[in-house]
Design a binder for this molecule. Structure first.
Ligand SMILES: O=C(O)CCC(=O)C(=O)O
Length: 278
């Protein structure tokens, strides 16, 4: 089955993102919404033993944002979406790989924020900057709003063409709500800032590559904006040594969870933590 037609793949290559309307069944999204509500209210499934006794920061709660990483490990009902074969098929085509594995998944909720406060902004960032231990620079995210999503409730936005810019991550930060500083820096370097807003009807899915700069504005609607993000890795992805400017070794949370390979390095094909989806 070739769900990602050549036009989608070429659009993805040109723009760094692509959205597909009417992909997911509303009943499935409603089931997932109930599961997320339960997750937020504290109902959790037992996570695999790999998660125990690790100093893992898997959740972020603020007055405007909730972020639960590795969500499908503590809410197994999310697996119906995370292992959705149609989504994986598209990810596989976009990555031009023969199989895709889970890198991780997360639920991101943006609480309503009155107009005057404009809180809950997700700062401009590239996913790649957080995945520097990945040998592949070719990873993709399926961004799945559980209800209609647009500029009013803080839908995802992209900086057009930024997947083609030099891959400096300086100043980019998911948690930096004030995006003016980095916009100024980009503009000063002679780059044109063209913000691509998105409007996605319930059932639509947006896919973005890991080198594209993206973020999102505040949720000034009266209801919570809930999104499930599934991050896929291609078959050839493997751990690589990466260091910060001060020489410190970078460690991703996945590194703490996966088994080790013969060389003693994190194995990003561990079937328990990074299972093959397709
Ligand atoms: O939920 C958002 O607004 C942004 C999420 C994001 O950065 C991502 O899924 O890569």
């Amino acid at each position: 089955m070739n769900l990602a037609q050549p036009t989608l793949v070429s659009k993805f290559e040109a723009d760094g993102h692509v959205s597909i309307d009417g992909l997911l069944d509303h009943h499935l999204l409603d089931e997932i919404s109930v599961a997320v509500k339960d997750l937020f209210s504290g109902k959790r499934d037992q996570r695999p033993p790999q998660f125990e006794n690790k100093n893992l920061d898997t959740e972020y709660w603020s007055e405007s944002l909730i972020q639960v990483n590795f969500a499908s490990f503590c809410c197994k009902r999310l697996r119906k979406l995370v292992f959705n074969q149609q989504l994986a098929e598209i990810a596989k085509e976009l990555l031009e790989t023969s199989s895709v594995r889970l890198w991780n998944d997360m639920v991101i909720a943006k609480r309503p924020s009155p107009n005057s406060m404009k809180k809950g902004v997700i700062g401009w960032h590239r996913d790649r900057q957080y995945w520097r231990t990945c040998g592949s620079r070719n990873m993709v995210t399926a961004w799945i709003p559980l209800a209609d999503c647009g500029p009013e409730n803080g839908s995802i936005e992209f900086l057009a063409g930024s997947h083609r810019w030099e891959q400096s991550h300086e100043g980019l930060d998911f948690y930096q709500e004030d995006r003016s500083g980095i916009e100024f820096r980009i503009a000063s370097s002679g780059r044109k800032i063209e913000r691509t807003a998105t409007t996605l009807r319930k059932g639509s899915v947006s896919f973005h590559g890991c080198r594209l700069i993206h973020g999102s504005g505040p949720n000034v609607s009266s209801t919570e904006r809930i999104v499930v993000a599934i991050h896929y890795q291609p078959e050839d992805n493997h751990w690589v040594r990466a260091t910060r400017a001060n020489g410190e070794l970078i460690q991703h949370e996945v590194d703490l969870l996966v088994r080790r390979n013969d060389a003693g390095d994190p194995d990003y094909s561990d079937p328990e933590i990074c299972p093959t989806i397709l």
